[in-house]
Design a protein around this ligand. Structure first.
Ligand code: GLU
Length: 599
């Protein structure tokens, strides 16, 4: 947290003035200053939050490994960035183990109740899909969270600390409190109409009927107690027993406020999640996606995330199609075209249950060659482009595009340790503030991840791979990615941003690998996202810099967007060092740190 509005941060940084932390406050805790790039040795951490980074770094300093530090930092994010991610949500954990030189993943995605059907988000009253916000702020949108199980299992498999030890620094932070900054306050203000409908959420986040003042202290003793309960009894205490009962109660009988603050335009519908659904939750451990790009090997997240296949497919298309004599404008043109093609294929083919053969095909060089032949060097394709035909050859066609998803929340972190282990972890509640329901007495918000399902078919006559179903996981765009060079870590990165996660990760890779930027430059460069819609969503600086060259080829821009993503990344240098990077400006800037600045 500790964010200033983006514009203020931008002008201050541009002037070369350090961005000041909020003032210290009696009894409160002031976060360390945020640094977007840190280079050095002995281990590195990059997150969006200064407290989380400091907590992760402290674990590394005390001899913990990357997994210990990642879980401790993630738990801190759950405290200071509670609207983006936490134990009420899910995520994807990608881990490179230095000793075995292997990449493993944990799929901690939220899961739909057993009672969910294809028509889960169709209003029985009129047969039409619910509005997004109506579905979001309801018991229906909350899937069984996977985050507590993810943390515990990551520690058991690869860590050296107990869950209790990893959660304790964050529990202390929740208990002692932290200083509210402008972004924390604004995130509450943006969703205050929904927060004000629930007694528990109102009490925690709308003291006196208002979002907390900037500079005030935000405490969450209930969350501290929940973390300590999990620490003592294990993540099983989340999925069975009193805490599980409280979650089910919240979903089935939303804790409506006796005196709501503000208004909410929709009825608040109960959900159908049961204690049996919670007890049945299981993590998955899918093999990572694997693809090659310019001599590097990329490991990404497989289904239910579409991140690994979409990033891999787009890079393969660039590699197959980009002419040797390419200019910067050519490279960006291919970046945008390949991403539109990859999104068309993702929308048509990728969901929780996509067969392995299809995933393999989408990420194959042969498929990339077939898709690359659609691209002209001089003239942009008309969007939306159709998905490719899995049984076709040459420039294939079928029909229809897909919905353009907008995400607003989520957190990403990257950690590396002195032994060479690496964690890339993206976790989320889906929208900022999840389904807006704090579980009473437990201090955490529930997710609205199930709204990542398509509410109604999007693929015309073809089957839609992302409709709801019993026990099904919604398709994600989260793209935690670890890149190896000669079998050793070269780069690890990820970002929030809904479906634009895929393009942010892709663009940072293209910036770094093809446009010759350093990693900090690649992260800071203006972003654009082409997700197979008519207009390119672009940050104003991208449009100003590259707009004329790209519109000359027929690309269309709009609507503009203030910022895309909030990435974190670490690059591994030849001499065993780290370049840890976070956003210099987006979302108020992130916090990178290394254990030793010099060798
Ligand atoms: N729910 C989104 C996904 O899993 C992430 C939301 C966001 O980043 O805003 O793809």
């Amino acid at each position: 947290m500790r964010l200033l509005p983006a514009l203020t941060a931008l002008s201050l940084t541009t002037l070369g003035v350090a961005v000041a932390s909020p003032p210290a406050h009696a009894g409160g805790h002031t976060a360390p200053p945020k640094v977007p790039t840190a280079t050095g040795y002995g281990g590195a951490v990059s997150t969006v939050d200064a407290d989380a980074t400091a907590i992760g770094l402290d674990v590394l300093r005390r001899g913990g490994n990357a997994v210990d530090a990642a879980v401790a930092a993630a738990a801190a994010i759950g405290v200071t960035e509670p609207f983006s991610a936490g134990i009420g949500g899910g995520g994807f954990f990608v881990y490179y183990d230095a000793r075995s030189r292997t990449v493993s993943t944990i799929d901690g995605r939220e899961t739909a109740p057993a009672a969910a059907t294809e028509k889960y988000f169709i209003d029985p009253a009129d047969g039409l899909p619910y509005d997004f916000n109506e579905a979001r702020v309801s018991g229906l949108s909350a899937g069984v969270p996977g985050t507590p199980a993810t943390w515990e299992t990551a520690l058991k498999r690869w860590g050296t600390r107990s869950l209790g030890a990893a959660l304790e620094p964050a529990a202390r932070l929740a208990e002692r409190g932290f200083v509210v900054d402008a972004t924390f306050r604004q995130q509450i203000a943006d969703i205050a109409g929904a927060f004000g409908q629930f007694e528990s959420t109102k009490k925690l986040y709308l003291p006196g009927g208002q979002p907390p003042a900037v500079g005030s202290i935000q405490r969450n003793p209930d969350m501290a107690a929940t973390y300590r309960l999990l620490g003592k009894r294990g993540a099983g205490a989340f999925y069975r027993g009193a805490l599980a009962e409280d979650i089910v109660e919240t979903v089935q009988r939303p804790p409506l406020a006796a005196e709501p603050v503000g208004t909410w335009a929709y009825p608040i519908r109960p959900g159908v999640l049961t204690e049996a659904d919670l007890a049945a939750y299981r993590l998955r451990f899918p093999a990572p996606t694997r693809s090659d790009y310019r001599g590097l090997t990329l490991y990404g997240m497989s289904t239910p995330s579409s991140g690994g296949t979409a990033v891999g497919e787009a890079l393969n298309i660039i590699e197959a199609g980009l002419p040797k004599s390419a200019t910067t404008a050519d490279k960006l043109h291919y970046y945008l075209e390949s991403s539109a093609l990859a999104f068309a294929d993702r929308n048509r083919y990728v969901g929780a249950y996509t067969e392995k053969e299809v995933l393999k095909k989408l990420i194959s060089d042969r498929w990339a060659a077939q898709r690359a032949c659609e691209i002209s060097r001089t003239t942009a394709l008309t969007k939306p482009v159709p998905p490719g035909d899995l049984n076709g050859s040459g420039c294939a066609t079928a029909t229809t595009g897909g919905k353009v998803e907008e995400g607003q929340s989520t957190s990403n972190l990257t950690v590396a340790d002195r032994w060479g282990n690496v964690v890339e972890y993206t976790f989320t509640l889906e929208a900022t503030g999840g389904n807006a329901m704090v579980v009473p007495g437990r201090g955490f918000l529930l997710n609205n991840e199930l709204t990542d399902f398509n509410f109604a078919p999007t693929q015309g006559a073809a089957p839609d791979p992302n409709l709801p179903g019993p026990g099904k996981r919604p398709r994600s765009s989260m793209s935690p990615t670890i890149v190896l060079k000669g079998g050793k870590p070269f780069l690890a990165l990820g970002s929030p941003g809904g479906a634009s996660i895929i393009t942010t990760v892709l663009q940072v890779l293209v910036n770094r690998i093809d446009l010759g930027m350093t990693l900090p430059q690649a992260m800071a460069a203006p972003r654009a996202s082409q997700r197979n819609s008519a207009g390119i969503q672009a940050e104003p600086a991208f449009r100003t810099t590259y707009g004329p060259q790209l519109t000359a080829r027929g690309h269309t821009f709009g609507p503009d967007v203030a910022e895309l993503g909030a990435a974190t990344a670490i690059e591994f240098t030849r001499g065993g060092g780290f370049i840890a990077t976070a956003e210099p400006v987006r979302r108020g800037g992130g916090a990178a740190a290394v254990v030793h600045p010099t060798r």
